[in-house]
Design a protein around this ligand. Structure first.
Ligand SMILES: Cc1ncc(COP(=O)(O)O)c(C=O)c1O
Length: 382
């Protein structure tokens, strides 16, 4: 251990994808054009209605601190969203506005789990789950999921994971874009309840779906912690605003933690977020583009030798098994960037065990860029 640096800070690894991002930026600084399939964010700004609401708030409001749990109009608007999207009636008191879903995870883990508790999640999965848990002195437990189960955890795997305090489910998932059905969500929720395991449902890619809509854990249980965000469907990553829905007994603990750790969530972003719910037309146009991008990559990538793909039904990611091409996904992605000018994310960020043989393509960019990515990869002489 280095003197003056906490053990907890030292165990948190960096994102490997940032090395790809840096190399891509260097290439662009030299004047080369890079196709960005590594980024995990929309290529569009916040919807117009949200921007107008922010401008208006800047002109009339002081933008001071607000209630730790969020501005009442936003909490009420989020409650209405659950009625409209899922047919779920929610008490706005159970809704907590957060500084992105990232702060939601932090607060949820702090409020629900004691140090040393074991919390399970699917591998492959979004790396900060396990890294936030580890930084807080909790024990992340990887459930090594299979392609046959669309990389989602199952009840038998939950049972085999030993004594757990929590289970994180992400549907649609990053990096695979796969989803759990209503029956699967209900089965997981029931198994969690039986075992005294707190279900944490990451629903940040809801809305960004191509076939069936995402099922909220709130449709099948009242015990879950549901995490959501304005970052993806609402295209507002940099506004750092999200929300969670928690069981009533967790509201006060999270309020106390938020008051002390963060005071409140960015006020300007809360004004914008209320308006974002009314921007459906603009946001649906993004979904149509993502769907076209997905279909284009699903059809085109196999022609470039990437023929072992997991078909995503949500989010904007395509997970590719590249075991026939490499056993070092980091070196492979570096070479693909250097030689073909296409940036993608090596699987090691998502799956420490098997990620050397996988990579993730993001299709959040423009359709022209996706066409160009396929063209470049087809012509790439590996
Ligand atoms: C699955 C998943 N959850 C949570 C987040 C965090 O998003 P934010 O903090 O912007 O809400 C991301 C970001 O990429 C993600 O992919």
């Amino acid at each position: 251990m280095t003197k003056g640096i906490s053990k907890r800070a030292e165990i948190v690894p960096p994102f490997i994808v940032m090395d790809v991002v840096r190399a891509a930026n260097e290439m662009e600084a030299r004047g080369e054009r890079v196709i960005h399939c590594e980024v995990g964010q929309p290529s569009t700004p916040a919807p117009k209605g949200a921007l107008e609401a922010a401008h208006a708030a800047l002109a009339r409001d002081r933008i001071g601190y607000v209630e730790a749990l969020g501005m009442p109009p936003l909490r009420e608007r989020i409650a209405r969203h659950y009625a409209e999207w899922y047919g779920v009636a929610l008490d706005p008191q159970r809704i907590i506005v957060t500084t992105g879903s990232s702060a939601g995870f932090l607060m949820a883990f702090l409020a629900a789990f004691d140090a040393g508790a074991r919390v399970a999640m699917a591998a492959p999965g979004y790396p900060p789950y396990r890294n936030i848990l580890a930084a807080l002195g909790l024990v992340p437990v990887d459930i090594v999921t299979t392609e046959a189960e669309r990389y989602q955890p199952t009840v038998p795997e939950l049972a085999a994971a030993g004594d757990l305090a929590g289970l994180i489910v992400a549907s649609p998932s990053n990096p695979t874009g796969t989803m759990v059905s209503r029956a699967e969500m209900a089965a997981l929720a029931a198994a969690c309840r039986e075992r005294g395991v707190r279900l944490v449902s990451d629903e940040i890619y809801h809305g960004l779906t191509f076939e069936d809509r995402g099922v909220s854990a709130l449709e099948v249980t009242d015990d879950a912690i549901v995490i959501n965000s304005f970052s993806k469907y609402f295209s507002m990553t940099g506004w750092r605003i999200g929300w969670m829905v928690v069981p009533p007994e967790l509201v006060r603990p999270i309020e106390r933690l938020t008051q002390n750790l963060l005071i409140s969530t960015p006020t300007l972003s809360q004004f914008a977020a209320v308006a974002a719910f009314d921007c459906t037309e603009e946001l649906q146009a993004h979904i149509r583009r993502y769907r076209a991008n997905r279909d284009l990559l699903l059809a085109g990538l196999p022609r470039a030798g990437f023929d072992h793909l997991t078909r995503p039904t949500g989010a904007f990611y395509l997970y590719a098994d590249v075991a026939h091409l490499t056993n070092d996904s980091v070196a492979f992605c570096q070479r693909m960037l250097r030689e073909a000018g296409v940036a993608a994310t090596p699987g090691v960020d998502f799956d420490p065990q098997r990620g050397q043989r996988t990579l993730r393509f993001s299709f959040a960019g423009s359709t022209e860029d996706m066409e160009e990515a396929v063209r470049r990869l087809v012509n790439w002489k590996r």
